[in-house]
Design a protein around this ligand. Sequence first.
Ligand SMILES: Nc1ncnc2c1ncn2[C@@H]1O[C@H](COP(=O)(O)OP(=O)(O)OP(=O)(O)O)[C@@H](O)[C@H]1O
Length: 249
Amino acid sequence: MIEAQGIILDRGPARILDGYDLRVETGSLLAILGANGVGKTTLLNILTGLLQPRSGQLRVEGSIGYVPQLFQAAFSYSVMDMVLMGRARHLGLFGSPGTRDYDIARSFLKLMGIADLEERGFNTLSGGQRQMVMIAQALTSECSILILDEPCSALDYKNQAKVITTLRRLNRDYGQTIIYTTHAPQHALEAATDVLLMKDARTYRHGPVAEVLTPENLSDLYEVAIDRADVAASPRHTFAPRFVLEDTG
Ligand SMILES: Nc1ncnc2c1ncn2[C@@H]1O[C@H](COP(=O)(O)OP(=O)(O)OP(=O)(O)O)[C@@H](O)[C@H]1O
């Protein structure tokens, strides 16, 4: 469980967050959406303790595993080495991983469907494969709260589906509490239980997907007209932004 109250944070002269209250229940899957630069990563950095707010209170019950935006490792570690880094907090300062640590790492590589990549160099993997490795690393830390910053950015449809399905499965089958940012409302619709729509430093909407993730709220959030679009012969729906220039003639 995470509870943040009255969070205020400045970056230079700009106030990025001005009184955010947020409660994330254990077992929920929260998607955070908002325009570029609104402060999504900043908020995640506060929740993970990487940034200290100017004021406000933060209560975190449980341990956090953090998956930052897609990146290259500085050195060419193997996939197993990368995943074992998730065990760091269990090993002590000079401890080296033992059989149990390898077993845990392998079990999460298997869960993520990438057991065959164990000996590959991390930097030789595709973006989608690297993302799965980083999620395995976070899970290997046995965190109770998994936080991911844009886990689907730069991924093709197949890998987006893989990541989103994996998050939903971790939440539904294992009760994993998850928070992630995304620019795709569909990724929230398909996986999340709750959404946080960040409009600006003071204005946000937070609540269950069915109540908050509406075409009206998304249109207001992105300042683009967005319609609900039904999927033929299916109870599912999607969102369709209107990228049509106004006819000024
Ligand atoms: N290190 C920094 N120093 C000063 N300002 C920063 C720094 N990092 C971010 N900012 C500013 O803080 C604001 C919020 O940035 P943040 O990265 O949290 O936005 P975001 O919603 O995650 O954006 P995006 O969707 O583009 O990733 C932006 O205006 C950004 O320019």
